[in-house]
Design a protein around this ligand. Structure first.
Ligand code: B3K
Ligand code: ZN
Length: 883
């Protein structure tokens, strides 16, 4: 690695920019190989910056053609320029105009950062540092400018030209086959929110009138011919806009809102001002090609990007350390939206499943970092579950602690104070401190301290005094750079549940009127009075804090919660905890206590009989066992993925066999009638029916194969077809291979559907899978340069197939190392993301650990790694800190 790449950026070194750029006028002449960009910048010294500083503009892989200052071409002695920077040592000390011309090759841009081509169309991605790949600039989020962009292109190649803000004018370039469009964005913004698009695109649209009476033209642009698949996204956009007005009082602020779907994209989508660019996976949907989960993701991501218009764009981040300020808050907002549009408890459970699978795993890995990191080498490696998902949990806890009404007042004050600025986490918390008069200093530790706190809870009942006492302790394990940890401020939502289901009305002066106890010391306890019978405690209701819990409760007590708790989250959690205990015992080869299987299966059968029909989506979650990766995390050390897989198979079999009568009945009665609808209730019925199918197949392979094969052949929508194929994947044999072939030919022209096909095959937990995945690398639909293809085949193998990625012989690790090294020269962000699959290597048993380390070392020894991959591989290999 070159020494400059070891450069570490620290939060404590932040200082304001020495210059500001008030206006940016861009002229972009699109050409496949030689795009010309002329940038006219209105610059002035920043009163908060140094008065004698040179002007140093960022660049990345740029080719400078001309530079002039206040109309005069600069002499080569007056500036220094290279691919990575343009600096002027003696810039004027009053406002001046700098004009810079660069030339780019968008066709050669495989990193998918800056200006690139996807499916023949031109598009951009500038967050975090892509604008510097278009022109030299102060490419940092605290430099806000008003942009005017003229885009010119060949009429045939790019009949549609889109930019940020509102359209100003458009027309022909006389005497040529070219045309142009001028866009103006009146809202000052950082360069990372810049975007343009040029291409052949169809669209669907509708108009929207904001609560203040502004008329907005909404459009979703897609590949021509796929317009009918964009209508759900458009509908989700309209619902998001209405919701943000109703719930947060936030109104849209331009005359147009455009969304463009592209097929080559490094992540989900991007919130560029007025011109969101999306991975087409999160726009395109039809019943024949998209699953219920796809529809739900589209709705959530459309909402997420739209909500950024206020949390991210109107109020942006001062520096990249504040990333959670926009991401955590915006995830919280999109989660609230989805909860309101769907079922709140079901959505909460889904959020927590994701949080545990991704963020808790990250916290336990060598890549653990605080929600607001203190340092980074490559910011693109910090778009993580910790920043996003744990960031959202912090906002949720804040709301839980201060209450709904104060939360809304705090949000209003935050917008009022920070609109049009580049803000910090402190600015955010200050708004809530002001409206509540509370000191949020201790709470702020959630942003600074990494790791998942573990809270142990012990309860004791005094029948004479009719009191119930809960004792809490908390501790957080060391994480990289943080050997010792302080106690956190943890909101614990508590209820007490009577064993016979009757209502208890306990009193405690340590819980808020909303039943929340704030555990802010290493140890604390509280006592409830008026407790008329020996209760079962229900703690962390609705998952009130992102912590791990050790509960001093028997399986019988937990199953009381499954039956009687009024908190749906804890009902689900109780069943999961019992199942997890069984999984761990089985995986460790320990004896399962007498009656433990029977207790769980009896409770599940009774639950199915009583209420599966009433809330199928919830029932589907209760019936789904914890995943193998969850069990590995729970074990935490010396993990043998084969043993966990075997344990889970056995438990699926036991439950499927014990509840088979109920499962069969439900499978029959939940069959879809009428046309497909993606709404939550219909999706819930499909989810439960498909869980039933999975358990029936676990109980009896022959029945399972027959049911799944029939469902696969007769399904009227992708959800049911894919679920059936998923069940067939667990049953080796002719039916499976025939279904794989039938699916392939049916969807040969549907890349997004073939992604699902790649994923299913990559996640078969059998020894032949690695060979299958290697063969699929040569499939005509696969491409190492398309992120969706790479993630569905290689990413899924590494992240969703624990037994085969973690093969004892190390072949899974070596394969991933090969793929990372192959992808890195083309697309470092994609390669670095794949590499994070090694996050769990240290918890594996010794043999696998050694193999994984060998593969990581082989990557690390490579001389020409990108900064992205070098950063992840080095952090992955660092010795763990101990107390
Ligand atoms: N803000 C973008 C993510 C950009 C990632 C850059 N590597 C999408 C989002 O969170 O909305
Ligand atoms: Zn976001």
């Amino acid at each position: 690695m070159r020494p400059d790449e070891a450069h570490i950026i620290q939060l404590k070194d932040y200082r304001p920019s020495d210059f500001l750029i008030d206006r940016v006028e861009l002229d972009v002449r699109l050409d496949p190989r030689a795009t010309r960009v002329t940038s006219r910048l209105t610059i002035r010294p920043n009163p908060e910056g140094r008065s004698d500083a040179p002007l140093v503009l960022d660049g990345d892989d740029l080719n400078l053609r001309a530079v002039s200052l206040d109309g005069r071409a600069l002499d080569s002695s007056e500036y220094a320029a290279g691919p990575q920077l343009l600096s002027i040592s003696q810039p004027p000390r009053q406002p001046f105009t700098l004009v810079i011309e660069t030339e780019l090759d968008p066709t050669a841009n495989t990193k998918l950062m800056g200006l690139y081509r996807s499916g023949g169309n031109y598009c951009t991605q500038c967050e975090a540092d892509g604008f510097r790949r278009i022109t030299y600039f102060l490419d940092r989020p605290d430099v806000l400018s008003v942009y005017t962009t003229r885009i010119e292109a060949d009429r045939d190649e790019a009949p549609v030209l889109l930019g940020n803000g509102n359209p100003l004018e458009s027309g022909a370039v006389e005497g040529t086959n070219r045309h142009f469009a001028v866009w103006h964005d009146p809202h000052p913004k950082p360069s990372y929110l810049f975007a343009l698009v040029g291409g052949r695109l169809g669209h669907v649209g509708q108009s929207f009138t904001t609560m203040g009476g502004r008329n907005v033209a909404l459009k979703v642009y897609v590949e021509p011919g796929k317009e009918d698949r964009a209508s759900y996204a458009l509908d989700a956009l309209e619902r998001s806009m209405r919701w943000d007005e109703r719930v947060f009082g936030r109104e849209y602020d331009l005359d147009v809102f455009n969304i463009v779907a592209v097929s080559d994209f490094n992540m989900g989508a991007m919130e560029n001002k007025g011109l969101n660019i999306f991975n087409d996976k999160y726009v395109l949907a039809s019943p024949e090609t998209a699953t219920d989960a796809d529809y739900a993701n589209i709705e959530a991501i459309i909402a997420h990007e739209y909500f950024h218009n206020w949390t991210g764009n109107r109020v942006t981040c001062r520096d990249w350390f504040q990333l959670c300020l926009k991401e955590g808050l915006t995830v919280f907002r999109d989660q609230e939206f989805s909860s309101d549009e769907r079922s709140r408890p079901v959505h909460r459970i889904a959020e927590v499943k994701t949080l545990r699978a991704r963020q808790f795993a990250e916290d336990a890995s060598p890549l653990a970092h605080p929600v607001r990191p203190q340092q980074y080498r490559e910011i693109n490696n910090f778009y993580t579950a910790t920043v996003y998902e744990k960031g959202a949990e912090i906002v949720r806890m804040l709301k839980t602690v201060i209450g709904e009404e104060a939360f809304r007042r705090g949000m209003d004050l935050y917008f009022e104070r920070c609109d049009g600025t580049a803000a910090t986490v402190e600015d955010f918390l200050d708004a809530f401190a002001t409206v509540t008069g509370r000191d949020l200093g201790h709470f702020a530790r959630w942003y600074a301290q990494a790791g998942t706190p573990r809270v142990a809870v012990r309860g004791s009942y005094d029948p004479h005094a009719q009191t119930y006492r809960l004792d809490f302790t908390q501790a957080t394990a060391p994480t990289p750079g943080q050997a010792t940890k302080e106690p956190m401020a943890i909101p614990v939502a508590i209820g007490l549940v009577a064993r016979d289901g009757s209502t208890l009305t306990p009193r405690s002066d340590r819980t808020s009127s909303r039943g929340v106890f704030l555990l802010d010391k290493a140890e604390d306890s509280l006592t409830f009075s008026d407790v008329t019978s020996h209760p079962v405690p229900s703690v962390f209701r609705d998952f009130s804090a992102p912590v791990k819990t050790s509960l001093d409760l028997s399986n019988e007590d937990l199953l009381v919660l499954l039956r009687h708790d009024t908190d749906a989250f804890n009902r689900w959690q109780a069943a999961q905890t019992v199942a997890m205990r069984l999984l761990i015992s089985l995986a460790k080869g320990m004896p399962v206590p007498n009656g433990a299987f029977e207790g769980l299966t009896a409770a599940l059968c009774a639950f199915l009989e009583r209420e599966a029909q009433r809330d199928p989506a919830f029932a589907a979650l209760v019936l789904t066992l914890p995943g193998e990766a969850d069990a590995a995390q729970e074990m935490g050390t010396e993990v043998d993925p084969d043993a966990i897989h075997g344990a889970r198979q056995q438990l699926r079999h036991v439950i499927g066999a014990a509840c088979s009568r109920h499962l069969r009945e439900l499978y029959g009665s939940l069959a879809d009638e009428g046309p497909y609808s993606p709404d939550a209730a219909s999706a819930g019925r499909r989810a439960l029916r498909n869980v039933c199918l999975d358990l029936l197949a676990a109980a009896d392979a022959q029945t399972g194969e027959q049911l799944a094969d029939t469902q696969f052949k007769t399904a009227g929508n992708m959800t049911d077809r894919l679920a059936a194929l998923g069940v067939l994947m667990t049953l080796p044999g002719y039916a499976r291979e025939a279904a794989i072939a039938a699916f392939e030919s049916r969807y040969a022209d549907e890349p997004l559907v073939l992604d699902k096909w790649f994923t299913l095959q990559a996640t078969i937990q059998e020894e032949e899978t690695l060979a299958r995945v290697r063969r699929l690398l040569d499939h005509p639909a696969f491409s190492i340069s398309n992120p969706n293809r790479v993630r569905s085949l290689i990413g899924s193998f590494a992240m969703l197939n624990p037994t085969q990625f973690n093969r004892r012989d190390g072949q899974g690790y070596e394969f991933l190392a090969d793929m990372v090294l192959r992808a890195d020269p083309l697309n470092p962000q994609l390669a670095a993301r794949l590499l994070t699959a090694f996050g769990s290597w240290r918890i594996m048993e010794k043999e696998r650990r050694e193999r994984a380390k060998g593969a990581l070392l082989r990557i690390a020894e490579n001389a020409s790694l990108s900064r992205d991959v070098a950063d992840i591989v080095q952090r992955s290999l660092e010795e763990p800190v101990s107390r």
